[in-house]
Design a protein around this ligand. Sequence first.
Ligand code: FE2
Length: 375
Amino acid sequence: MATATEHLHGIEAKDFLPLNGTDYVEFYVGNARQAAYFYRAAFGMRLVAYAGPETGLRDRASYVVQQDKIRLVLTTPLRPGNAIADHIAKHGDGVKDIALWVDDAVSAWRETTRRGARSVREPWVLKDEQGTVRMSTIATYGDTVHTFVERQDYRGTFLPGFQQVQEDHVSRPVGLKYVDHVVGNVGWHEMNAFVDFYRDVMGFEMFQSFDDKDISTEYSALMSKVMANGNGRVKFPINEPAEGRKKSQIEEYLEFYNGPGVQHLALATDDILTTVSKLREQGVEFLRVPDTYYSELEDRVGKIDESVEDLKKLNLLVDRDEEGYLLQIFTRPVEDRPTVFFEIIQRKGGRSFGKGNFKALFEAIEREQRLRGNL
Ligand code: FE2
């Protein structure tokens, strides 16, 4: 494996930023208590930790909800005139921080900032009786940040300062396992600048790319490049809008989010039929593709383990690549602005992102855009 010293003189250092995975994803929301209820009752997350006025915070409350390796932090401001309240006024509910689990938060900050990352917060230390956590934060697209979290000296539930929550009677687990990828939407002609950022500043490599010929419908188009870290545990597709006859879903996002930001989080399961059945029962709303999608399915993807009838019932999508196939489905936006949504994905060898579904899917999105008067 390459080491940090190999970076000099243009030799690409692949492991100057070793990442163990996604640590947590923090949303800034208008009402964290209610958002937490939604993620517990609908998405099956378990409330595991809390920080707020009762724990000595004066300006915010944060709820930590978890399912297997997926950890979301839902944070709301208690007063106006601060960075959290300003973020919500500008963007609505959305993702502030895609936090990454590292072994050395100081080195992660040093290596990325010396390669050009903008520092948001220099390394700091949090302590309580359960141990020590070191963190540092850099900026990425829009107002979104990456916090590096070093927690090998910590035994607590989440972070120092958070109170553990013992039991959750609201949570209805659905079998979600880990964050598969997190997609960012950036502005016109900005994709390559962020591809360069993830390559040069964070040591990622391009994993896949799609142009507007892959991803276009009659009305709208987008381009996308997928950046992945060295061990492949962290994957960040970056989308930008492309010229189409009408306003693309990316432009609609950029207008309502007021700039670049996280478009969707893909959550992985080992049993998408069960997971999506439960999510539907619990009120999660998904995009629909027309039934004709299923009449052509086996011709397109070949033999699969699941019955097409079952897939059709749940409106699941399938795509195949050289290594296998994947099953996926997309929720409607989870807030009133047409911004952040979720993907549920099960990989059966397939390592791609569902290119074969883009057209059917974007037509489904466009039907909803039209209903919102934004097409
Ligand atoms: Fe995705």
